[in-house]
Design a protein around this ligand. Structure first.
Ligand SMILES: *[C@@H]1O[C@H](CO)[C@@H](O)[C@H](O)[C@H]1NC(C)=O
Ligand SMILES: *[C@@H]1O[C@H](CO)[C@@H](O)[C@H](O)[C@H]1NC(C)=O
Ligand SMILES: *[C@@H]1O[C@H](CO)[C@@H](O)[C@H](O)[C@H]1NC(C)=O
Length: 335
């Protein structure tokens, strides 16, 4: 699918699942999935979604949150990834790379992410043969790992990829690593999660083994059936983020190596990863997943809010450290 997916997304009508934007909620060093209770956590995250976000998150998030930065107003889930920084090639200072809008999101979406919950694949649902079971309250998972350090291992993370944007609509080919030259439209990152559940555990010690990935190639293509160990087909969850690297391009000397680093001091792109905390209210996600042909309209039952309302949703700065401006080291890191 790759660069085709934008064209398809814009063409719309018979698509299967939900695609919507969530404005940025907060940028801070918290990670209630991998490091619950730690304030600060190891590295900085970019977080979107509901206002129940906190260092520790337990119980039914959808029942506790009172607002969300997502267009779908019943979605109080939290979605987060590491943050991209620019490392100045000559003086070594770091600057956070801003997040900007993806194409074809509701007007007023600020930075944030594009979230997908697809059914069979990007353009069909096949609900008769393959019903989709929504995540349950308390469910959480991660995909990818900051410790991934080789190209071969990164290739094994199907659906965790980069594009060097020519424009917002012309993404160019998908890559396993950071682009090796300046991108005129910014750097696009995508995180596809596995969609097969063991049917029992809301989490697992590594936050991954309760889920299983059957995608073989591109994240938006239909995945082979779920295995007996993980028999329950869940929505295929995907995040897209657009990092506005353009204002740093003039500081990237021709021929010099990639100057962008992940907030966990990921100087290669291999360690890209993402976290999910389920928080849809009541049975709203299940209702949506039971419907077909409803990509942009809330699947007939999900209420939407205007982004000016979504953008009023905030959480306090619970860590209280500088993550912006020119920094002499990455927050929480030695260098
Ligand atoms: C975060 O959790 C702390 C400790 O439980 C609590 O005092 C605080 O009110 C929570 N913050 C938000 C924004 O929910
Ligand atoms: C590094 O360069 C940037 C851009 O010119 C500048 O703003 C920053 O203060 C510099 N850092 C140091 C430590 O000189
Ligand atoms: C979704 O569909 C399944 C299977 O047809 C049905 O059992 C379930 O009640 C439906 N759930 C909702 C919330 O519509």
């Amino acid at each position: 699918m790759k660069s085709l997916s934008v064209a398809l997304a814009l063409a719309a009508p018979v698509q299967a699942g939900l695609r919507f934007g969530c404005s940025s909620l907060t940028i801070q060093r918290l990670d209630p999935v991998v490091e619950p209770g730690n304030n600060p956590s190891a590295h900085v995250h970019h977080i979107v979604g509901g206002n129940a976000f906190n260092a520790t998150m337990t119980g039914d998030v959808g029942a506790r949150a009172t607002c969300t930065t997502c267009e779908m107003s019943e979605d109080f889930s939290n979605y987060w990834t590491a943050v991209l920084y620019f490392k100045h090639p000559t003086n070594g200072s770091y600057h956070r790379v801003p997040v900007i809008n993806n194409a074809a999101l509701a007007p007023g979406t600020k930075g944030g992410m594009t979230i997908y919950y697809t059914q069979h694949d990007f353009s069909t649902d096949d609900l008769k043969n393959q019903p989709i079971t929504a995540f349950k309250p308390g469910f959480r998972m991660t995909v990818g790992s900051p410790t991934t350090d080789t190209l071969d291992k990164a290739k094994g993370h199907i659906g965790l990829r980069y594009n060097c944007l020519q424009t917002t609509l012309n993404r160019g080919p998908e890559m396993v690593d950071f682009p090796n030259r300046p991108c005129p439209g910014g750097i696009f990152t995508v995180h596809h999660f596995p969609a097969c559940w063991d049917g029992k555990n809301l989490d697992s010690p590594d936050h991954q083994s309760h889920m299983y990935n059957t995608i073989k190639y591109d994240g938006f293509m239909n995945a082979p059936p779920c295995p007996a160990s993980h028999p329950v087909r869940m929505p295929q969850l995907t995040y897209e983020t657009v990092w506005d690297t353009t204002k740093f391009n003039s500081m990237w000397p021709s021929g010099a190596p990639n100057p962008f680093v992940w907030s966990f001091h990921g100087t290669s792109g291999y360690g890209t990863h993402a976290d999910y905390m389920f928080g849809w209210k009541g049975d709203s996600l299940q209702r949506a997943m039971n419907k077909s042909e409803c990509f942009y309209d809330g699947c007939g039952s999900i209420t939407k809010q205007v982004m000016s309302t979504a953008n009023k949703c905030t959480v306090p700065d619970m860590v209280g450290e500088e993550t912006d401006g020119w920094l002499d080291h990455l927050p929480g890191m030695q260098a």
